[in-house]
Design a protein around this ligand. Structure first.
Ligand SMILES: Cc1cc2nc3c(=O)[nH]c(=O)nc-3n(C[C@H](O)[C@H](O)[C@H](O)COP(=O)(O)O)c2cc1C
Ligand code: SF4
Length: 415
């Protein structure tokens, strides 16, 4: 059974409007936050809920908010990451389209908690209609007094702006996002300093994913304890799993954190399309190392997947069947990363290009058996040697594909 915390209103007509949202406890959490709580108690609640970031890295939101210094003589900012560029990932678009006010309420509570008066939603350029829908929702919230000056007579001011990106995957990396938002080329910054201290316009900044912030109203309204009861004690709540590829019913499924991957594929998503056999699964967006068919009896939470040397990432599940050539998968993965590398570091810029060229050569029937070890050598020379995590995000899935499907790749190489 699906556990609908974030997607509950999605099937209700006009769920994106403020009127429907208000009829279903909308903005009640922010009222509670203003009337019964203060920034310290909100932070404690979010920390107790152990809300882990849904953008990929799984960093606890409350801990991140707590890093922002108090009493600084500068404005602070919230940047909401709606870049959603990770292949396979579709969950944030659904939230923004079907329940934008849940997100706006989460932004408002986070901003009040950290002392932020300006929030930016950085949305990928391709999501044109979603961006327009968000702007409408912001206008509705302003008209009803949930945004702007002295919100609900609390003395707190907050405004949210939508900023559209221009289609670069790297702009989803948090510091590249900041550069892009400042009007510059989206090149990742060296860390430290971390954005909580030196972020947007050199000011303290919180960066959170859409799904992360959309969980906040539920935590405030129902309490951390209830949140933790769904999911796992160290990793509470639900995840919106986006299932794509060769299944009968691709789509999004909201389930408690820790739901079994096999159950998601074979029960919720209806099993394999056209009665085909499962070959492999990418469990957390394209950056996640691949799992073979006999590795999918696994719980979908950060720790279980890390133990299996993969990752939960954005919880985007890509299902691959027996008819799909693993070389085609490798071609897509390597082409993507070589195209999306920003070019600042040599191992990533050159390594991804060489790997992609080598894979293409194998696909063209010109491969040599030593190419396989060359791909591995190049990937290992990217791993851990780059400025931002895109390098590892490229190297790890490539290594996992080559290691687990070496025999099939060899079969494409003539002697
Ligand atoms: C190459 C790259 C792309 C990323 N793309 C996204 C993205 O589209 N959306 C997102 O929320 N996080 C993305 N991230 C993760 C962000 O850097 C950051 O960790 C996240 O937005 C923090 O939010 P959270 O703590 O709420 O998960 C990306 C990271 C990397 C390295
Ligand atoms: S790892 Fe790649 S994407 Fe990241 S900064 Fe270096 S070159 Fe750019």
């Amino acid at each position: 059974m699906e556990e609908k915390l974030l997607t509950k209103l999605f099937e209700i007509k006009d769920s994106f409007t403020i009127d429907v949202y208000l009829k279903h406890d909308g903005y009640k959490a922010v009222e509670k936050a203003f009337q019964e709580m203060n920034p310290e108690s909100i932070l404690a609640e979010v920390k107790n809920a152990n809300l882990r970031g849904r953008g990929g890295a799984g960093f606890p939101a409350g801990v991140k908010w707590g890093f922002v210094p108090k009493g600084v003589d500068k404005p602070k900012y919230l940047c909401v990451n709606a870049d959603e560029g990770e292949p396979g990932t579709i969950k944030d678009r659904y939230i923004m389209t079907h329940n934008p006010h849940l997100l706006l309420e989460g932004i408002l509570i986070a901003s009040y908690c950290v002392g932020i008066n300006t929030a930016y939603i950085y949305i990928r350029g391709e999501y044109e209609n979603v961006a327009l829908g968000l702007e409408k929702a912001i206008a509705e919230a302003n008209a009803k007094g949930y945004l702007g000056k002295n919100i609900l007579n609390s003395g707190f001011d907050c405004q949210i702006y939508v900023h559209r990106g221009a289609g670069a995957y790297i702009c989803g990396e948090e510091t590249a996002l900041l550069e892009s938002l400042e009007g510059k080329r989206g090149n990742p910054r060296l860390k430290p300093p971390f954005p909580a201290l030196v972020g947007l316009f050199q000011s303290p900044t919180v960066i959170n994913n859409i799904e992360t912030l959309s969980n906040v109203p539920k935590i405030i309204l129902n309490g951390a304890e209830t949140f933790v009861q769904t999911g796992l004690p160290k990793d509470g709540g639900t995840r919106i799993f986006g299932v794509s590829g060769m299944v009968k019913k691709p789509g999004i499924y909201e389930m408690p954190v820790g739901t079994n991957l096999k159950e998601i594929i074979f029960e919720l998503a209806g099993g394999m399309k056209d009665g085909k056999t499962l070959k492999a699964v990418i469990p957390g967006g394209m950056s996640a190392p691949i799992l073979t068919a006999d590795e999918i009896d696994i719980n979908m939470d950060f720790d279980s997947l890390a133990e299996a040397k993969s990752m939960l990432g954005s919880a985007a599940i890509i299902v691959i069947d027996e008819d799909t050539s693993i070389l085609d998968v490798l071609k897509i993965v390597t082409k993507f990363y070589s195209h999306e590398s920003c070019g600042q570091c040599t191992p990533c810029r050159i390594g991804t290009k060489w790997i992609n060229k080598t894979v293409q050569r194998i696909a063209d029937g010109q491969g040599k058996i030593e190419d396989i070890d060359n791909i591995k050598r190049l990937a290992k020379n990217i791993l851990g040697k780059t400025l931002c995590p895109l390098g590892d995000a490229a190297a790890l899935p490539i290594l996992s594909i080559v290691n687990k499907f070496r025999q099939e790749i060899e079969s494409y190489i003539g002697n």
